[in-house]
Every structure is written in C-alpha cells, then in structure tokens.
Write a protein that binds this ligand. Structure first.
Ligand code: N7H
Length: 465
C-alpha cells in the first residue's frame, strides 16, 4: 500500500479549511520553474500532515480551546499541457486527461460545446479556453494564514509576470457563515459521503464503503490501468476540477412554483426530493417524510443507508431514483457495494461567492456570481468524474431497470442533445410516474480542467530539477 507521507493530503483525506484559494497558472520558463518547484516540495502538505492537523484540531476542541489553530495546506497538480511544458513526455495512461476537459466538454453536456470541438462551451471563462498548466490549492483556517501560505508559495515558485510562471485565474472559496457552515449555496449540508480508502482510513463510519487504494491512487491495487503507468505516476491521482456557478434564487423560485399543496409537496420537501437529503443532511431513504436534523448532523447515522428497503427497488416512496445523491452513488441499485467500487471519487469542494442579497431574494434572480469550486480525485477519469457526469447524471434511464424512467439528475444533469430540455420523474411521491420539467440549468459550468496530482517522490525526482 501507499505510504501516506508520499501522497498529497487533499487526495486521500482532505484539508481542514475555512478558506481556500484555487490558483491556476501557466509556466513560462521550464528550467526555472522546475528548479523553484524543488524548493516548494518540502512545503507540500502530505496525507500524514493532514491527519496530524485533524488530530490537533480535535484535541484543541476537546480541551475547550477557542482561539484558532494556525492550520493550512498546500497541494499542486499539473494538466497534460503542463506536463508537455515541463518536457514530461511519458504517457500517463488516461485518455481524458491527455485530451483535457475542454475537448470533452460536449460529452459532459456543457452548453454550446460541439462534438467536433469547433465551438467552446458558451459559459466557460477565457482562462479555461486557453491551456492551464498547473493548479495550486492553498487552504487556511483564516485569511491571514491563507494569505501567508499563498504568498510564500508564490514567492518560492517566482510566480509573477517576469518569473518562472504566472497566474491566470484565482478563485477564492470560503465555508459559508453561521448556521450555513458546511452547507453549499442551495442550503444543503455537503461533504457527508466520501469513500474511505483502504489502509488510510482505518475506522470508516457506518455506511461508509472502503475502496481499494487503486480506485483513487494510480498504480495501486485495483487501478484499472496499472499496467499502463510510468513508474513516477504511482501514488498520484487524477484531479477533476469544475468551476460551477449556482443560480440560487432561481432554484428557490422553482421549488416555490412547483410545490403542490394538494399533495403535500412543499417547497422544502421538493428540494429534498431533488437532492435525496433534507437540507440538514438527513437522507430521505431513512426519513422520507420529514426532516430529522439530529439524524442529519450525526455522522454515525447520516450515511448509513443503501436504498435496500423492499420498496426502494421499484418505488420512489422513500427517495426518487434520480435524486442527486442516488444518481451519483446508486448504492444498492447496482447491487453489492463492490459493483460500483471503480466509480467512487473523493470530493473536496468549497463554496465561493457572497451570500444571497435582499435584492436577489426579491427579484428571484442571480445578480452576483456564487457556486461551488468542485474538485474530486480518482485513478481513472473515465470511471470517476467523467463517467458519473455523462453516463449517470446526464442519462435519463439511469439507474436502470426501474418501474419509471428516472430522468436527469436535477442538480447537475445536463442534456447533451438539447441543453434546454431536462425532466425528472418521481419527485411527487403521490404521482410517481409524472414527469416534472426542469428549467435549463441551476448549475452552470464556467470551466474546468483535468489535472494530475503527483506523489511527493515524483514531484521531487521527476517534476523538479
Ligand atoms: Fe454533488 N448540492 O448541494 O446540491 N452533492 N453537488 N456532485 N455529489 C452531494 O452526501 C452538489 C457534483 C456527488 O455518496 C450532496 O456528501 C452541488 C458533481 C457525489 O451518496 C450535496 C453541486 C458531481 C455525492 C451535493 C454538486 C457530484 C454528492 C450531499 C454543484 C460529480 C455523494 C452531501 C454545484 C459528477 C453521493 C453528501 C453519495 C453529494 C450538491 C456537484 C457528485 C448537498 C451544489 C459535479 C458522488
């Protein structure tokens, strides 16, 4: 198995963070950059450090400590155009990574992207239409820690218009304030369900599947392409980044407009039916008719379900087949947990943008951009992110073999043939075969790229000079 001190910490465990900067850059001077990278490697946060940080935070809290602990994290990853620029020509064995996300935006259903790649997706920002070579993730417990850590990394890499590389896009994410802590902008508690990784997370929570290391790390047990990897790729991971804008007032307005008082489908209940969880995090499969906030916040119980109640297989009494969390992790719908092992990902998103303003609430329309800086890790993009988006979320007949065609994932599903047409069934428990038309999109992809997050030895011996 992988030695956690060789693995970047965001991949297998995930930073403890309040704030995060996602910084995308282009390399200008290859040798200069590689030399500076050598200086940065000792500063990269490993899985061992993240584990220790988490233990210190826990101890500090148990001791009643209130003041902030200075905790931060730094990880780095490179796209295929970045590898090219660095002169690393070995084939890493992942065709989607090699082509880059822009080339596959039409498979993901991003609006405006054409199959022949002649037209880029309409909503993508310029930075992702051009080649992005690298991605630096800096996390911190407060603005001062984050700024310090970011400034140090940028200085070491000589990141400036006259240095070895330059910044092309900086996105800042933040945990939402007050009681919305841990909730994304639609208001739902996030980061509940992630797989545990064998020999890394040795005490999984109830309901948390443990996956083989090679599902997330290249070259390890059950890495599908193990035979095809260069030596230096071992213990690295494929990182899918998506810049996702969320239309929150529009989403809320849809819930209000589509509620059906006659059947008891309130806006809150409809939202929960689209997601598969109540805003508190409580899963519909365990509490289908009313929210249970204690269950929602209890990690011992809030992920302990498999859609295996007798009625789950053919009825949507508990949870719609096309609810976001059921589409993206169908659990028992595809049988044993191991059947979907290769399709599991570790998710590490963070919200960005301001809270809703009064004007937006009144006008029921987005005036200031907000959303999710989504990233996830897997050893194989064609089984992980790309597959989940294209073959599950965007495919109406998934999960298969149901009494009614489930329809699109209401949160992220995109119609690849006609971006303005999406529908879902089963949201009204009293009319389960009725189709509900969904507006064009509430989650607009503004760009993204596929990156490779190398192991520490690879950074030292193959990437740096
Ligand atoms: Fe999703 N949301 O708040 O609406 N997601 N997601 N996601 N998502 C999940 O169970 C959300 C996106 C997955 O194991 C929860 O941890 C939003 C993409 C997977 O049961 C919530 C966006 C992809 C899971 C959200 C977004 C996924 C999951 C419940 C975009 C991959 C775990 C919290 C703006 C293609 C399912 C939890 C499981 C859960 C939301 C994007 C995948 C609340 C807002 C692009 C695998």
């Amino acid at each position: 198995p992988a030695d956690p001190k060789n693995v970047q910490g965001d991949i297998v465990i995930g930073f403890s963070k309040k704030l995060e900067v996602n910084l995308f850059f282009q390399i200008d001077n290859t040798d200069g950059f590689r030399k500076q990278l050598g200086q940065l490697v000792p500063k990269i946060t490993t899985a061992v450090q993240v584990t220790n940080d988490k233990a210190s935070i826990k101890k500090h809290k148990q001791a009643g400590g209130k003041d902030l602990l200075k905790i931060s994290g730094l990880n780095i990853a490179f796209s295929q155009s970045g590898l090219n620029k660095l002169g690393i020509t070995d084939d890493i064995g992942d065709s989607l990574f090699k082509d880059g996300q822009l080339a596959h935006a039409s498979d993901l259903g991003d609006k405006g992207a054409t199959f022949d790649n002649k037209a880029p997706p309409t909503d993508w920002v310029q930075a992702f239409r051009d080649p992005v070579h690298g991605f630096m993730i800096v996390a911190g417990d407060c603005q001062a820690t984050l700024d310090e850590r970011l400034a140090e990394a940028m200085q070491i890499l000589q990141m400036s218009s006259t240095g070895t590389c330059h910044e092309v896009l900086r996105l800042q994410g933040a945990v939402r304030p007050g009681d919305q802590k841990g909730h994304e902008h639609f208001g739902f508690l996030d980061s509940i369900s992630n797989p545990a990784i064998k020999d890394v997370d040795t005490s999984p929570l109830p309901g948390q599947d443990t996956v083989s290391q090679g599902v997330i790390l290249l070259g390890r047990d059950r890495d599908f392409q193990s035979f095809n990897r260069p030596d230096w790729a071992v213990d690295g991971s494929m990182l899918a980044f998506r810049y996702l804008s969320q239309l929150v007032p529009e989403f809320n307005d849809f819930l209000e407009q589509s509620a059906n008082p006659l059947t008891g489908l309130t806006a809150e209940f409809l939202g929960a039916r689209l997601m598969g969880r109540w805003k508190s995090g409580a899963p519909l499969d365990l509490t289908p008719l009313q929210d249970d906030p204690d269950l929602g916040k209890d990690p011992q119980r809030n992920n302990h379900f498999r859609y295996d109640f007798p009625e789950d297989s053919q009825t949507q009494d508990r949870c719609p087949f096309a609810a976001h969390i059921r589409k993206t992790n169908p659990r028992n719908d595809l049988g044993e947990p191991l059947n979907t092992e290769l399709n599991r990902i570790t998710r590490r998103g963070i919200a960005y943008g301001p809270e809703l303003s009064e004007a937006e609430q009144q006008q029921k329309r987005t005036l200031q951009d907000r959303g999710l800086l989504f990233r996830c890790y897997q050893s194989n993009l064609n089984h992980g992110f790309h597959f989940i988006q294209q073959s599950w979320a965007n495919f109406g007949n998934f999960p298969p073999g149901k009494s009614t065609e489930p329809g699109f994932d209401a949160v992220i599903g995109q119609n690849q043939l006609d971006s303005s047409s999406r529908s879902i069934t089963g949201v009204d428990p009293k009319n389960q075969s009725t189709q509900l038309s969904l507006p064009a999109l509430w989650v607009l992809p503004k760009g993204g790229e596929y990156f490779f997050s190398p192991s520490i030895p690879a950074l030292k011996n193959r990437f740096a000079l």
